[in-house]
Design a protein around this ligand. Sequence first.
Ligand code: FRU
Length: 498
Amino acid sequence: VQTDEDFRPNFHFTPEKNWMNDPNGMFYLNGTYHLYFQYYPDKNVWGPMHWGHATSKDMITWEEQEIALYPDEKGYIFSGSAVVDKNNTSGFGKDGKTPVVAIFTYHDPEGEKNEEIDYQSQAIAYSLDEGITWTKYEGNPVLPNPGIKDFRDPKVTWDDIHKQWLMVLATTEKTIFYSSQNLKEWTKISEFGENTGAHDGVWECPDFFPMKVEGTNETKWVLIQSLNPGGYNGGSGTQYFVGDFDGKTFTPEENMKALEEKHNFWIDFGRDNYAGVTWANIPEDDGRKLFIGWMSNWLYAQEVPTETWRSAMTVARELKLIKDKDQYLVTSAPVEELKKYRTVDYLIEKFNISGNSVALDKEDIDLARAEIRFKINDLKETTYNFRLANAVGEEFIVSYDHAKRQFSMNRSHAGQTDFSDKFASEIATAPRISDSDSLSAIILLDKTSIEMFFDDGKTVITEIFFPNQPWDEFSFASLEDFTVSNLEAYELEFNEVE
Ligand code: FRU
């Protein structure tokens, strides 16, 4: 049986101690990536929310910092964002120091207890030392509650096209858009969300930004909109919409105007990527859209079998907007920075599979910190299995059924599951978005998670598990013989980080 530290990931951020949920306030400044997060420092379950803080030079190895924001008499500090206010539009700058401004939700637990509806409002704080210490603005809240019960998770971006600060806010079943010139006064400009998308839960944690369509000069706007419950596999999930924005109103593409509950536009189809948003202030000459999500699900997050801390973040990912035939799609891939941690490699050009064939075992690669890439050409109308197994007979199976164009993930025998009847009782599924007849995969394995990027990130699946022994075997299986080409596996090494 594994102890807590055996479950602590090698290259995914976890707080040293206690409870974490959503990523918050991510920004980049002077060589450092900042990540804040919903944090309860006193217990390993959700409680009065703070913003914890971590920093990194490459979004892969993180250093936890002092708590950034504490709850106060106005309430808990719920999710939100941060921006680097280069032109000092807020007036918080002093002595030539650039203010970083955090925009968050105050959640008043008293109001909630008394069954009021206006207990969430938006507030700001600023930092003059690059995100280490923060001063809450004395004029808070900057956006009082207008009489809406779920009114939270402000994500602010500088809209350089229309020269305004934009805030998207999640409100039960809609995204509300606001604009501002100074981050203090906000004007409502529009709403989005009626009659489209998944609505089997409360909308939370939106994000909104323009993106260049890969290989073109076309710009489209992307709205990311998490919801809980009502994700693709139930519980927490993150859908997205692509469209146009005229500075006031977001108009989705024709094929996204009337999406049904179980549509195919999800940042991740797995059960464990929630509330993810993008980094602010990435330099123009970098230009990437960088994303991180919370690698858990509200269905069971508070019961997972770690006591010291609870939850990890996903690997940081680069989002791209592509046009595939007539469809706009947001794809993801692990950030390039991960590659510099590759050590041992294992490369096979062609690997013939007959029945069940072990492709990698613990002599080849430590599967507790591995990157695996492969391709299967000339797909047949059959089911392909990718399987992780360990010495105590546990297994995690991903299947791809090419007749149904569907992936499925079975973690019911992947180790500890009895902490929650919601964890492994169902087989999760994901549609294959690409219609190519070859399947490519990038798979990241850490001790308690698998992140799978199929077809250049068109179908992404993130799942967690708690095996009682480390995985020591990765195999392929199918009823028909087939060939895996370009199998590459890398062991990732994180000990000697300068
Ligand atoms: C999403 C969420 C947010 C909220 C935060 C509270 O997981 O429910 O809507 O701000 O968590 O911790």
